[in-house]
Design a protein around this ligand. Structure first.
Ligand SMILES: [Cu+2]
Length: 296
């Protein structure tokens, strides 16, 4: 009897130990209450566009699309509905788990945001095959860096900012870049590949902030650069790839933005322009494999 107990206790300990080694701690899940107004219902994307009030302790008032946990939550919902919803945010996802109509009001567009004026963007829109425009920015170490200094390398470039509150937007791109960095370190055939993250919130993302962010991501800055500059430099450059950034003039931390990720060949031409956040590092590795590595 005694012996059996000992066995079972040690078995449990062994299992616990295996658990310690092999299981990551569960992602922290946080829930927030959100109130706002529906501007658009997109059942085909299981998504709703909401202009919402400040979410205390999480994010400023803004207008952005949210995924819903169950497409049934969108049934009978229309633009103009005032809503109360539960936003569940975990490591990799932010979704609305409840969505309740509390009233309705006329949809009053426009929202108080000022787009980085794409009309200011010099030059034509970039498409696959276009030669990359050059831009001179500052890296996480405070060094001046021209994008053209990557000539001869294949590189992957995206536009993000360090305080983006939604896990599936900028933080997701950061995570895919971490995976890319690991793949580059493992595969000699990818040794020439570089990663570039350009901030769309340069007022916050100074070189010092980017340096800390790079450290948090365990970025190898010999491979992965984090660049900042002025809004007037970054805005028009990003706009050429179709990136839209809207800033609330009353609250600079209130940023709505789209996503663009570029794969550039060693010949300096844009190979792939990816929109949105549904790609993974595997897709980018396939993009890279499809373009020739530089000849030494
Ligand atoms: Cu973002």
């Amino acid at each position: 009897m005694r012996f059996t107990e000992l066995v079972s206790v040690s078995t449990v300990l062994a299992l616990l130990c295996i658990g310690c080694q092999e299981t990551k701690p569960p992602a922290e899940v946080k829930q927030y209450q959100l109130t706002g107004q529906i501007l658009d219902v997109r059942p085909e994307k299981q998504e709703v566009l909401v202009r919402h009030d400040e979410i205390k302790g999480f994010m400023a008032a803004m207008t952005m699309p949210y995924k819903v946990k169950d497409v049934g939550l969108l049934k009978d919902r229309v633009a103009g509905d005032l809503i109360s919803a539960t936003l569940v945010v975990s490591d990799s996802l932010g979704v609305l788990s409840t969505l309740t109509k509390t009233g309705e009001a006329p949809v009053n567009l426009p929202t108080p945001v000022a787009p980085d004026n794409p009309a200011k963007a010099p030059g034509e829109a970039m498409v696959a095959g276009s030669y990359m425009p050059d831009v001179t920015l500052t890296d996480q170490a405070g060094r001046t860096r021209a994008l053209s200094s990557l000539g001869g390398h294949r590189f992957v470039l995206s536009f993000v900012y360090t305080t983006c509150p939604m896990p599936e937007y900028c933080p997701r791109i950061d995570r895919e870049f971490v995976a890319l960095q690991q793949a580059i370190a493992r595969a000699p055939a990818l040794a020439d590949v570089r990663l570039v993250s350009i901030t769309i919130d340069p007022a916050t993302d100074t070189p010092e902030v980017l340096k800390k962010h790079a450290a948090r991501l365990k970025a190898n800055t010999a491979i992965w650069s984090f660049l900042t500059g002025s809004v007037d430099t970054i805005g028009p450059f990003a706009a050429r790839f179709g990136l839209t950034v809207e800033r609330n003039p009353r609250d600079p931390s209130d940023i709505s933005h789209s996503l663009r990720t570029l794969v550039v060949g060693s010949d300096g031409r844009l190979a792939t322009l990816r929109t949105g956040n549904s790609w993974t590092s595997t897709d980018i590795l396939a993009d890279l494999a499809a373009i020739p590595a530089p000849v030494n």
